[in-house]
Design a protein around this ligand. Structure first.
Ligand SMILES: CC(C)(COP(=O)(O)OP(=O)(O)OC[C@H]1O[C@@H](n2cnc3c(N)ncnc32)[C@H](O)[C@@H]1OP(=O)(O)O)[C@@H](O)C(=O)NCCC(=O)NCCS
Length: 160
């Protein structure tokens, strides 16, 4: 995407802390992106825990959910558990904005490193993470099992 499209793609969406009340919306969106979705009670539990740090992006303060990101944070370390953008909202740099906000909040809580696992063939996610400053620190062979067989997971790390 060009810098021009990124700059002039409409008003900035609303980003705020995720709350347990968002759990059902998060589960719905997560299920659209992953073979094995997480249930609303699972999201509710993750968000209720002190270590659960999530951010939601909506079209407006009470608007449609465009995306979310969720980390497990035990300062100084953290791990991104999931990041998902609504299919219609992808490719506009919104995930980059959401991730930047999320990492900024983690840093404010004393986190100095963010880890994550990503499927080796997930090009949009890898582009997002590399642009955000993540680097590969490991590979787990055959870690994921999907409809087309087993694929590797890359372990990425970003230091703040
Ligand atoms: C990963 C995801 C959150 C990225 O969202 P997004 O809004 O498209 O992200 P951005 O617009 O910020 O751009 C991501 C980068 O991927 C690139 N990209 C988009 N589609 C691509 C494709 N099919 N192949 C290669 N690169 C692609 C974009 O050009 C952009 O790269 P750039 O920053 O160098 O221009 C989104 O694709 C998604 O929700 N995927 C399903 C869930 C998922 O896989 N989550 C990650 C699990 S670890």
């Amino acid at each position: 995407m060009s810098a021009f499209t990124r700059l002039f793609s409409g008003p900035a969406p609303d980003i705020r802390d995720a709350a347990t009340a968002d759990a059902a919306d998060l589960a719905r969106l997560h299920a659209t992106a992953f073979h094995r979705g997480w249930s609303a009670p699972e999201f509710e539990r993750l968000l209720a825990e002190r270590t659960g740090v999530g951010h939601v992006m909506r079209a407006g303060p009470r608007g449609k959910l465009l995306g979310f990101v969720l980390s497990h944070a035990v300062p100084p370390d953290s791990e991104i558990l999931s990041i998902v953008l609504d299919g219609a909202s992808r490719g506009r740099g919104l995930a980059g904005r959401l991730l930047a906000h999320h990492l900024g909040r983690l840093a404010a809580q004393g986190v100095t490193a963010s880890f994550l696992e990503v499927e080796a063939g997930n090009a949009p996610a890898l582009a997002l993470y590399r642009r955000a400053g993540y680097a590969e620190v490991g590979r787990r062979k055959g870690y994921y099992e999907g409809p087309s067989g087993r694929t590797d997971a890359l372990v990425l790390r970003r230091d703040f």
